[in-house]
Design a protein around this ligand. Structure first.
Ligand SMILES: Nc1ncnc2c1ncn2[C@@H]1O[C@H](COP(=O)(O)OP(=O)(O)OP(=O)(O)O)[C@@H](O)[C@H]1O
Ligand SMILES: [Mg+2]
Length: 327
């Protein structure tokens, strides 16, 4: 098999020390192929941002491995890590908070270039800044403005331009749309889709919004309480969700036709505390399909169809799910 660009193996991130840490990410494994956009979905607190930040080493992991082209990023020396950092970038959720209000756009983008020693001369730098602004659908003359002179959507474009400044190979987009008005979300989605094609970027796209994930992502990882519940291609996941959690998430997501009744049971109750997650399957306390055995063992991710993995021991449901969806 082709080597993935990013591979995460048994990643754990626990916050706090002592006997009862917050198990934000608890034994998560997945891979992202070159050029692929992988969606990461799950309710608030499931560990999505922590995974994104751990991948970029903005947060140090507790255990496990993060491999970049087969190389463990945790073992890189300072210099190698700096070089790698320029290849890995993040776009944050809040375009208001993530841009320094006192800096002109030219300085914000110039700083990103300078940090990585790119385009050193003033002329070369200005040319690159103009190019970047045009890449994200803004104009060269916008460089002399301050962040407050832009709309939310335009600010997020500047955030994207800053991430692109260093010609990254991999971008973590952590809820890049959620602070934006619905009316401008579509612009940023289209921008990301377009850049991905043009620059052949590899992306981890973190979102609550399943419609956007369906539109933008090639594959999806479904996370619950720091654990992977299901992994599949986008088409498979939305047509044939195996895991009861994924089924519930899809049922809870607004449908294009609100009159069409949902056949799934919506999620009830709150996510348990990640300090004391349930034994066995962490989803069992909210799962409409849970049986006693679910409390006993942590269900492994099993490949139920090619490339389609689910972590649920209810083997008896698998046939039922299949036949319901094919009839
Ligand atoms: N620095 C931190 N210190 C302690 N606990 C943290 C820290 N960062 C995150 N957590 C906890 O880790 C868990 C996962 O948080 P994370 O932010 O990764 O979730 P998320 O899936 O991104 O949620 P959201 O959808 O709300 O952004 C949560 O229980 C959170 O409270
Ligand atoms: Mg988050």
């Amino acid at each position: 098999m082709e080597q993935p660009l990013i591979e995460v193996r048994n990643l754990k991130k626990y916050f706090g020390t002592g006997a009862r840490p917050v198990r934000a990410v608890d034994d998560v494994s997945f891979a992202i192929k070159q050029g692929e956009t992988l969606g990461l979905v799950g309710e608030s607190g499931s560990g999505k941002s922590t995974i994104g930040r751990t991948l970029l080493r903005l947060v140090e992991r507790t255990d496990g491995e993060v491999l970049y082209r087969g190389q463990d990023v945790g073992k890189l020396s300072g210099g190698d890590m700096r070089r790698l950092r320029s290849k890995l970038q993040i776009i944050f959720q809040d375009p208001y908070a993530s841009l320094n209000p006192k800096m002109r756009i030219s300085a914000i983008l110039g700083e990103a270039l300078a940090t990585h020693g790119l385009h050193k001369g003033a002329a070369a730098r200005d040319k690159r800044i103009a190019e970047l602004l045009e890449t994200v659908g803004l104009r060269a003359e916008h460089a002399s403005r301050f962040p407050h002179e832009f709309s939310g959507g335009q600010r997020q474009r500047i955030g994207v331009a800053r991430a692109l400044a260093v010609e990254p190979e991999f971008i973590v987009a952590d809820e890049p749309l959620s602070a934006l008005d619905v009316s401008i979300q579509a612009q940023v989605i289209n921008l990301l889709a377009d850049l991905r094609e043009r620059l052949s970027l590899t992306m981890l796209f973190i979102s609550h919004d399943l419609d956007v994930v369906e539109y933008l992502c090639d594959r999806v990882v479904v996370l619950y309480l720091g654990k992977v519940m299901e992994v599949a291609t986008t088409a498979e996941l939305f047509e044939r969700p195996f895991h009861p959690y994924t089924q519930a998430l899809l049922a809870a997501s607004p449908k294009p036709d609100p009159l069409q009744p949902s056949e799934h049971v919506a999620l009830k109750g709150d996510i348990p505390s990640p300090i004391a997650p349930p034994s066995g399957c962490v989803f069992r306390t909210r799962c409409p399909q849970a049986i006693e055995a679910c409390a006993q063992t942590v269900p492994p991710l099993e490949e139920l169809a090619p490339g389609h993995f689910s972590a649920c021991i209810r083997k008896d449901l698998r046939g039922a799910i299949d036949s319901r969806l094919t009839t």
